[in-house]
Design a protein around this ligand. Sequence first.
Ligand code: AP5
Length: 216
Amino acid sequence: MILIFFGPPGSGKGTQAQRIKDKYNMYHMSTGEALRSEVAAESELGLAAKAAMEAGELVSDEIVVGIVSNALNIVGGYDGIILDGFPRNLDQAKILDEKLEESDKKIDAVISLEVDREMILKRLAGRRMCQGCKTDYNVYFNPPPDDNECPKCGDQVICRKDDNEQTILDRLNVYENETFPLKEYYASKGLIHPISSSDIDSVFHECCKAIDSAKD
Ligand code: AP5
């Protein structure tokens, strides 16, 4: 199964993908997470991506498509792949279609997480993450300890560099101008499953319903 999580920054793509991958034994391909690992490793790719990410802009299609193509070839041991944060513009969507066609695969469902702007701003301004085990915290919904030491692995809990107010607004603008039009692209193919904002468990329940209906 090939599943796309679609939605603005802070809509919960990563949160839901973590749960869905465990329940459905799927490979979770987060382009944002893959890029952050490259930046942390100071690889050539990471150095090329860093400035765009910190400015809230899209990284070049060439870099991102390379990362996703590698992931699409990882099939052994998994019952599918979750694309979280890809595609993010029409060119990426068309390249994905071509790559899938070459290997006789197809997108099964596009889950569109729908959250209003005010809630997005709160979620992203409050998000914190363990830099070691990547556990997600949120000062409003699931606060980290006062000393910011992750109880799971002892590493530091930090704020993502692109989660400052100005960059959040820039990311939202990029989403509206470049990514949102994809919703129509996938709706015209009958693949969109819209899910309205709610608590994490309820959204997970709705995601499972959408996936189960796409599998039938
Ligand atoms: P990426 O890492 O993909 O960032 P994003 O799309 O901005 O998404 P986020 O990770 O911010 O949000 P999310 O929807 O995953 O929400 P989350 O579950 O964390 O990309 C980062 C950058 O990389 C981009 O800006 C770009 O530069 C580059 N990039 C990535 N892909 C690219 C591509 N294809 N092409 C070009 N460039 C690319 O949730 C957010 C918070 O809310 C968390 O604290 C969470 O706990 C909380 N939360 C989630 N759901 C709920 C809920 N239901 N109720 C209460 N709290 C909730």
